[in-house]
Design a protein around this ligand. Structure first.
Ligand SMILES: [Zn+2]
Length: 290
């Protein structure tokens, strides 16, 4: 008994030493310009640490990314907080289907739990709570051969939104079996920089009660498209969130026709749910703008 206690104590000492060594190694590899060639750490308020920006981004592009990040944060806070004025469950039903919160079968429980977990993952992200292994890299230029910014023929992809997301484990940082570094990449394409901001669309309709009722007036902008990408991130989604439907019309149809079955794993269902709640709160609407 005494021996096993001693053994555990020794293991704990080694574990402590080991974790301090690994932390300093990770820190070193994350120094600006060292971890990823041509990248710098993006320093801006409200963005979690270990976010890198393509050094080729212009000042204007950098400002636009910051604005979109702040707008995505507003959407996330509307969705994951509750100011008590509105019943979010009616909105959730619109975008995720009638069974979004049912747990009467294992399958329904899995889906409704995933929705809950993903909301929590989003709140964690914007709360700045991330594992040390998670890194975020934002590009302003498409890869010369990957062609992520072009539409693939006959297929809807995120190139429609002007931004694409992909995920790599320990690639740009070199191999290190003990310490896997996860890198969530996003490329912002020329068409993304050409879209309006959510703020511009909100101010356009700030005095127009009738137009405020149409969520389609607010669905295409840099902030909404940023949130769409964020919902694909592994740091947010407990299970992969992909694209079954894009846009207001098709996402509502997905929830109506398929219920929660696909909507719980569809990025625009989450994104437009957040937008719906945000618009309600921003304009103090009593009716559901969807
Ligand atoms: Zn997508």
């Amino acid at each position: 008994m005494h021996f096993s206690f001693l053994f555990v104590a020794i293991c704990l000492v080694f574990a402590t030493v080991d974790s301090s060594v690994s932390t300093s190694e990770i820190e070193k590899r994350q120094m600006p310009g060292k971890g990823i060639p041509g990248m710098e750490r993006l320093l801006m308020p409200n963005v979690f640490p270990r976010t890198y920006l393509d050094t080729r981004c212009t000042d204007g592009e950098r400002t636009r990314i910051k604005t979109a990040w702040d707008e995505a944060k507003l959407l996330a806070e509307a969705q994951t907080g509750n100011d008590g004025r509105f019943d979010h469950s009616a909105v959730h039903e619109t975008w995720f289907g009638k069974e979004w919160n049912l747990r009467d079968t294992p399958l329904r429980e899995m889906r409704s739990k995933a929705i809950q977990d993903n909301f929590e993952g989003l709140a964690r992200l914007f709360g700045g709570i991330q594992e040390d292994s998670e890194n975020f890299v934002w590009w302003c230029n498409d890869h010369p051969t990957e062609d992520r910014c072009s539409d693939e023929e006959g297929e809807d992809t995120d190139a429609l939104l002007g931004a694409r997301t992909w995920y790599l484990e320990d690639q740009d940082f070199g191999q290190d079996e003990d310490h896997v570094i996860n890198i969530q990449h996003v490329v912002f394409c020329p068409q993304w920089f050409d879209t309006e901001t959510l703020g511009e669309q909100i101010s356009r309709y700030k005095d127009d009660k009738e137009e405020q009722q149409f969520i389609t007036n607010f669905e295409s902008n840099a902030g909404v498209f940023m949130l769409h990408e964020i919902y694909h991130w592994k740091a947010v989604a407990s299970k992969p969130i992909i694209d079954y439907a894009y846009g207001v019309e098709d996402s509502i149809k997905l929830a109506r026709e398929k219920g929660t079955e696909l909507a719980f794993a569809n990025s625009d269902s989450y994104t437009l749910d957040a937008l719906n709640i945000y618009i309600q709160q921003a304009f103090g609407l009593v009716t559901d703008p969807s």
